[in-house]
Design a protein around this ligand. Sequence first.
Ligand SMILES: Cc1cc2nc3c(=O)[nH]c(=O)nc-3n(C[C@H](O)[C@H](O)[C@H](O)COP(=O)(O)O)c2cc1C
Length: 390
Amino acid sequence: MNEASVQHLKPLSACVPDLKNRARKRIPGFAFDYVEGGCNHEAALHRNRQALDAVQLRADYLAPYSPPDLSTTLFGQDYAAPFGIAPLGLTGIVWPNASLMHARAAKKANIPYVLSTLSTSSIEDAAACAEDNFWFQLYPPSDLAIRADLIKRAADTGCKNLIVTIDVAAAGHRPKDIKNGLAIPPKITPRSVFQSALRPQWSIATLKAGLPQFASILPYMKDLSNIQDVANYVRNTLKDVVDEPMLRTIRDSWQGNLIVKGINHADDALRAVAAGADGLIVSNHGGRQLDAAEASINTIESIKAAVPEHIVVMADSGVESGVDIARFLAQGASTVFSGRAFLYGVAAHGEAGAEHTIDILRDELQQVMSQLHCTDTSQIQRHKLNRNTE
Ligand SMILES: Cc1cc2nc3c(=O)[nH]c(=O)nc-3n(C[C@H](O)[C@H](O)[C@H](O)COP(=O)(O)O)c2cc1C
């Protein structure tokens, strides 16, 4: 990893909460709220944090010690660490080209990078940056030709891992975004203009780059003349509700690994496996979709126990530190994704911030593994204590 070039950021942002504080001061309030917010009353968002904090790990100080090795293998590919960058939509409002910054940083550090269908960078551009670390997340369009084309474009880049997100049957109800006018179509309000004016670096960067677009789906919108048409298109054509039969049809059209994201209990996990999934991401979308959802950290153990051993079980939601990654690994995750932390990273420090976020999480995880006397990531499960959450 690129230790030397981002070392200077350590005293400025020593941990993810530092990145978040800095991000708050560098980007307009509506962009910060979009990243930070959860849905409805933000109960699921807070539940993720509380449930992670409740997971305790036991150190075996007098057991044999050797320095920790963070490397891991997923679907036959070696990665330098057991965490990756989660799919993130509308990244361009946080910082222009944020997704490409993430993709390059992930490649450099050799961790997985997942591009969202609704990123503001295209499949081709992001894949060129992330190379063989490129994964693609699909929101399946109801238009079958467009769906097939998106899948083909991902395959054409050499992408081997397709993630289908299942927990967006309805758009998340996020009061902060509604109040900020952050909807489709976006509304330019006096408030958003005022907030932008307070963040001149962000405004200049955004003016230079132009207004963010959904770059991967732009080619299908050619005949749409105004913003209302685009809005209707995204709402009605692009997204479709995913159920088990739809997963089967996607399975039939994709040769690579099929990963289902948004699993929160064993029944859905078994439906995904029956439809042909190779991997699962246990997730409640970072508390952005269903406010009554259980915390992922509390559901992963039973999901892992329910599915066959060859299914790769990964997880996200609430990761703000290497300690949180260790907590998920202790519950049986093969790898762990983080979303907001990486957006705070680029909002705080630009591209160097993407690399720095990886460094923070990696260094913290290494420190925890040393404390536990874990030589490799698979050993962390031995250090989990019975939880005391109820
Ligand atoms: C700003 C933002 C945009 C997101 N966009 C997407 C998306 O387009 N597709 C998707 O599958 N998940 C999306 N997610 C969910 C993340 O992939 C991930 O599940 C979540 O961020 C994990 O929680 P964390 O932010 O606490 O790490 C988004 C999350 C955030 C914060």
